[in-house]
Write a protein that binds this ligand. Structure first.
Ligand code: GCO
Length: 413
């Protein structure tokens, strides 16, 4: 099965655009979302109104470049993020993904962390330049083998794998030879790579996402120049969509994933767009990343509108989470009370959506581990599990205990 992961996150730079349809539509109906559902005074241990549907898939998400490291190992080719991170001044503190969480060597330990959480599923991405070092041509069997080992390890531990085929680490060779995503050749190479990975893994992986947050790598990477491949005036030579392209793009998807982090507030106006963005109050609470306004209702409205507008029958929250300035306290525990507040509030909105029949089948918390947060480097931590980058020691945070309890009850505690 194939699906697509789209974003409902605010643009990390620049102004929001039509790509933000979900969050915009969601925000437009903000007020009704605040009407709390009725609760009786005599609340049972697990109130039915706090439960998620039976079989709900709880998990965590990561992406190859952000966690794997081993950037030159076993024949892996260079990606545009390697090139970008190695260029001076592009990433905060000069951080790179060369080592990251060293997940390439520590994946067994990381699978055990998920098992300890009680996770039923895991969304990871395959690194295209591991599998096709030059983007196209001969595959690299050792690169694919890593994903074979990972998938086997997950299944042996009762965790269902969801694979994302493209989470932004384009082979640099394709950028150099044909101009990357500005060329139709890259789309063709992607189809070959996708077909190859699906052929090799689909006996064990039943769910594939094609691309992660198309808008982010197109706009932040090709318009704003703050993500790889660091272009800011692209677009002039880009091929136009043909009718045939549009027919292919319109192929039905088996499911849709949405990454939901933050709301954008809008109001209706009598202009062709139909809406305008309302600037948030200066004092509107934010999480540690400046782009992330706190707005739990987004996790109710985004899937609800996805169902209503596109009639999607199977929805996954492919990412949701928050960055924080996590540090172990003197007793060694990471008291990430802000993340727990965030999860408690956002998951309550998601619970409302599922209780009203919105077909959300699973939730992938971003992220399992602290990791390389793109242009922010390692400065912002999104993990349920703290990573000491010097020693690679993993320490589950307080939020891991909270999330584990949500999973155990299949309900909000
Ligand atoms: C994205 C990516 C993730 C991020 C996460 C936090 O949405 O940018 O999918 O790789 O790390 O969303 O910003």
């Amino acid at each position: 099965m194939a699906g697509q992961s789209v974003s409902s996150k605010i643009a990390k730079a620049g102004s929001p655009s039509r790509r933000d349809v979900i969050k915009l539509a969601g925000a437009g109906a903000l007020l009704p979302a605040t009407a709390a559902s009725a609760q009786t005074a005599d609340v049972p241990a697990v109130s039915a109104s706090r439960s998620f549907p039976p079989g709900f898939l709880w998990g965590a998400a990561t992406a190859s470049y952000q966690i794997e490291g081993a950037w030159q190992e076993d024949g892996r080719g260079e990606s545009i993020w390697d090139r970008f991170a190695h260029a001076p001044g592009k990433i905060r503190n000069g951080d790179t993904g060369d080592v990251a969480d060293d997940h390439y060597h520590r994946y067994r330990e990381d699978v055990q962390l998920m098992k300890a959480l009680g996770a039923r599923t895991y969304r990871f991405s395959t690194a295209w330049p591991r599998v096709f070092p030059q983007g196209t041509g001969n595959p690299n069997p050792k690169g694919l083998d890593f994903y074979n080992r990972l998938v086997d390890e997950l299944l042996a531990n009762g965790i269902e794998p969801f694979a994302t085929l493209y989470h932004w680490d384009l082979p640099q060779a394709l950028q150099d030879s044909v101009g990357g995503w500005e060329s139709r050749d890259t789309a063709k190479a992607f189809a070959d790579y996708a077909g190859y990975v699906a052929e090799k893994l689909s006996d064990r992986v039943r769910k594939f996402f094609t691309t992660n947050e198309l808008s982010a790598f197109v706009e932040l990477g090709h318009r704003d120049g703050i993500f790889a491949p660091f272009l800011s005036s692209a677009g002039a030579g880009v091929p136009k969509f043909t009718d045939e392209d549009l027919r292919a793009i319109a192929s039905p998807l088996d499911f849709v994933g949405i990454n939901v982090y933050t709301p954008v507030y809008v109001r209706a106006i009598g202009a062709p767009s139909g809406y305008e963005v309302v600037p948030p109050a200066k004092s509107h609470p934010r999480m540690a990343s400046s782009w992330q306004l706190f707005g739990p209702e987004a996790l109710y409205w985004a899937p609800r509108h996805l169902q209503k507008i596109w009639n999607v029958k199977e929805i996954y929250i492919s990412e949701n989470g928050c960055g924080a300035a996590d540090e172990p306290a003197a007793d060694g525990i990471v008291y990430d009370t802000d993340r727990i507040m965030f999860l408690r509030s956002y998951l309550a909105s998601l619970q409302r959506a599922t209780a009203e029949g919105v077909p959300v089948r699973g939730y992938f918390l971003w992220s399992l581990l602290d990791n390389f947060e793109w242009a922010d480097g390692y400065g912002t931590r999104f993990g349920l599990v703290h990573v000491d980058y010097a020693s690679q020691k993993r320490t589950p945070k307080l939020s891991a205990a909270y999330y584990s309890e949500v999973i155990r009850r299949n309900a909000l505690p």
